[in-house]
Design a protein around this ligand. Sequence first.
Ligand code: NAP
Length: 284
Amino acid sequence: MSLCVAVAGAGGTVGRHLTALLAADHDVLSLTRSPERAARLGVRGRLVRADFDVRDGLVRALEGADALFVATFDPADPRHDEHLLSAATTAGIRHVVKLSALAVTDPGAQDLVTRWQRECEQLWQGSAMTWTLLRARAFMSNSLSWAGAVRAGEPVPTLYGDAPNACVDPADVAEVAAHALTGTGHSGRVYALTGPRAVSAREQLAQLADLLQRPLKLEDLAAHQALTRWSARYPLPVAQALLESAGRQAAGAKASVTQDVLQVTGRPPTTFETWARRHLSAFR
Ligand SMILES: NC(=O)c1ccc[n+]([C@@H]2O[C@H](COP(=O)([O-])OP(=O)(O)OC[C@H]3O[C@@H](n4cnc5c(N)ncnc54)[C@H](OP(=O)(O)O)[C@@H]3O)[C@@H](O)[C@H]2O)c1
């Protein structure tokens, strides 16, 4: 059955893949603050201008949708999920798929980002619509932040380079989301999404070096150096949350793998090597 599916965060890492997967068979409302930028990025579907800050605009943007995918991005602003929930309720949306983070299951994770994700999950679970939660481990695409250094032949600065992380391909997350939005049997389900095995930054860099056929170097950062770098890119509370999160990774908290990508999609999760092959041009 063809549905009308709204994607909030259509220009984001997962949203972009999701609009492409859905557009073949469904009417897709792709919410973005900038349809022009989204079009340049290849976001599919009907590009609808919307800002999570503006609740009334969201009601108009969601009109006619049966289901909604939600990826919000600002841990300092919990109103974004509140606005989306209020607008989705007014628009009569029946089912929501909420992108969250696997750290919410770790009692040791008390950083700002994880506390925000827990609050957002509770918000959607308490709504009148049916819901599915996607708790993702780190995205493999986070390694694209190394691309500038790799292209320039410079060492890649990393904190805890030997710490394992069962990172997941965001395209796999999008595929699970597409099933949860348009298939049956996903209401009230919580999926924990990881890759097929845990890899460290050092292993990821070694795999990239093999594919690029040239040596790549990692520069080990001290915690205070990483915090200084992250503080230049993010507000300080977010940078501190990233530091706490990295500490948990160093303690082994992010190494375990799950079967949920296989269970939902019917195929094994993508390896980092396959992801890297597909994105090699960014590192050349
Ligand atoms: N990165 C990871 O490793 C990871 C792992 C697990 C879970 N997650 C979760 O996944 C989610 C996505 O993170 P990400 O790193 O993938 O984000 P991202 O790709 O950087 O996406 C950012 C997007 O946010 C949209 N956006 C920001 N502010 C907005 C606003 N006020 N109104 C409307 N749209 C707004 C922007 O879309 P436009 O510019 O098109 O409006 C932009 O495309 C977050 O909830 C994160 O906690 C991330």
